[in-house]
Design a protein around this ligand. Structure first.
Ligand code: HXC
Length: 514
């Protein structure tokens, strides 16, 4: 063969494999409203940046007629590319090839790109669209999953790991996304569950559709397994690209700095908070009034909305925001919001992202449901995550900071680097009404007019404790600031803590409350 012939032969081979499961399977994929694995990679990565490996890998299964089957690329595409110029490793399961099911070689391809990502210290993106363990390959498929879970764990906190659920992701397969940092879902396309509707019906007699059991909305709103919800695959890819601009390549780097921009949001911060401390407001407006370009990228927006988490930039540098949301349940901490905040704090800490905490909350949510759901151990995660974090940690108390909530929301006592408070801050063991009812119980009961006495005692308590000055007098608050000074104070605090060093005792690892 002449050299040209070799080249033509290679091209023909490539073309054949790149057809995945063939025309019929691709038509079925499109009919389900889904892109193909190749289209997804192309849509997500910078133009012409994708380089593929292991294109010619074939399965080695011989049982159940598999010896006669050709599975192109063994149902998964792996490679490297860039997003806004930043390198990433990526795999995308190809549902058109044996339902994207995971056999031995399929798993080997995924673990190869995972090893590459870890060694090269670049983010890993996994697009999941698969019927799960390839049934014909038995224990080899299970072994493959185990190898993936192991690598997810070893890479955790070293490189960012992103999972995109664009089809079924069922059975034990769901544990790989669950071990990663961010899970992206698309309405009507993503499906995640441990056991599907059929098994549930057989074992428990309960009936539920796949969508209601493990659709995107369920995971974005109820379970908290998903961090992002999109209405289309194109929207999902835009979300991923935007996330990538806020995070570093690995735990030795900082996120890329952007040119500083003043906030676009023009409402003065003090005009956002209502005069009546019982009135709610949207804490996201405060964040937008503070961050560069008013660009706040919220994470888990639909889950545990009583706490808001996400990224923004201050003077061009990424920061993580954790903020109580007075609009929802008065911004209390409960099981779900504690989990949400704690995990985010740990991500920021692992990847050198300073944390700004905005506090306005009456404490932990009381109730039998919460107590029995384990609010003690869930709530403890927030204390653990803040205490453990060594990145710059800055708190601004906007309004209420009561009880355990005051301590948990990155107080100075958990070694916040800076704690500021607005003059509207109320820092005390509990709210004035509750406190007056307990400590003045006798006086109120014995008064001729108990209601008038209660009001009097509430006022007395408020004047004495429901302000920032008692805490400021003890140095627990570094500075009581005017709301309009907030951005400037934060910028200064971030600048001062830019080369922060905080060494901890040597240990194998801590044992956080799970
Ligand atoms: C082998 C599979 C497969 C699997 C799908 N296929 N899942 N092949 N092993 N697990 C094949 C089908 O045979 C079919 O091949 C092609 O993929 C497309 O599948 P369809 O069923 O036609 O597609 P659809 O109707 O869209 O249904 C998709 C599905 C369904 C809901 C995912 O295929 C399904 O229920 N699959 C089995 C899911 C499952 O129980 N997996 C095991 C989970 S346990 P042809 O040749 O006809 O095109 C698990 C354990 C992991 O994963 C443990 C890790 C610790």
């Amino acid at each position: 063969m002449s050299l040209k012939k070799y080249i033509l032969d290679l091209r023909k081979r490539r073309e054949k494999v790149q057809q995945g499961g063939g025309e019929k399977a691709i038509k079925k994929q499109v009919a389900m409203g889904k892109m193909t694995a190749r289209e997804r990679i192309k849509a997500l990565l910078d133009q012409d940046s994708f380089t593929e490996y292991d294109l010619f890998v074939e399965h080695e299964a011989r049982d159940f007629g598999m010896d006669k089957k050709e599975l192109h690329g063994d149902g998964v595409i792996i490679g490297t590319g860039t997003i806004y110029g930043a390198p990433v490793c990526i795999f995308a399961q190809d549902f058109t090839v044996a339902g994207g099911s995971l056999g031995l070689m399929h798993a080997r391809k995924i673990t190869k790109i995972m090893d590459h990502a870890l060694k090269m210290r670049v983010p890993l993106i996994g697009i999941n669209d698969s019927g799960g363990a390839r049934i014909q390959e038995g224990v080899n498929s299970l072994a493959g999953y185990g190898e993936i879970f192991y690598r997810n764990t070893i890479a955790s906190g070293v490189i960012p790991q992103i999972s995109v659920i664009l089809g079924p992701c069922a059975g034990g397969a769901v544990y790989s996304p669950a071990l990663t940092d961010f899970v992206f879902t698309v309405d009507k396309i993503s499906k995640m569950f441990i056991t599907g509707p059929n098994v549930i019906k057989t074992v428990l007699g309960e009936e539920i559709s796949m969508e209601d059991l493990g659709g995107a909305r369920v995971h974005a709103e109820i379970t908290g397994n998903a961090h992002f919800f999109a209405n289309s695959e194109a929207e999902c890819f835009e979300q991923i690209k935007k996330l990538m601009t806020f995070i570093p390549w690995n735990n030795q780097e900082k996120a890329k700095a952007f040119p500083p921009k003043p906030p676009k949001f023009k409402t003065p911060v003090e005009d956002i908070i209502p005069a009546d401390p019982r009135e709610p407001y949207d804490v996201r407006d405060i964040i937008k009034a503070i961050v560069d370009d008013s660009d706040f990228f919220e994470i888990q927006e639909l889950f545990a909305a009583n706490i808001v988490i996400g990224f923004g930039r201050m003077n061009g540098q990424t920061v993580g925001f954790v903020a109580n949301q007075p609009l929802v349940l008065a911004g209390v901490l409960d099981c779900d919001s504690s989990d949400k905040a704690a995990r985010f704090i740990r991500f920021c800490d692992a990847f050198n992202i300073p944390i700004i905490t905005l506090e306005d909350m009456p404490g932990y949510l009381p109730g039998i449901d919460q107590e029995h759901a384990g609010v003690i151990r869930h709530g403890a995660k927030v204390l653990y995550a803040y205490s453990e974090a060594t990145v710059p940690k800055i708190t601004v108390i906007l309004r209420k900071a009561y009880g355990g909530g005051y301590i948990a929301m990155n107080s100075r006592h958990l070694h916040a680097d800076f704690a500021f408070a607005w003059p509207t801050a109320e820092i005390a063991v509990m709210g004035p009404e509750g406190a007056a009812n307990i400590i003045f119980k006798k006086e109120i009961e014995e008064a001729d007019d108990p209601d008038a006495m209660r009001q009097l005692k509430v006022k007395e308590y408020k004047e004495k404790f429901a302000n920032p000055y008692v805490a400021a007098a003890k140095g627990y608050i570094d500075s009581v600031i005017e709301p309009s000074e907030t951005r400037q104070m934060l910028l200064h605090a971030l600048e001062i803590s830019g080369s922060k060093v905080d060494h901890r005792p040597q240990k194998k690892h801590g044992i956080p409350p799970f």
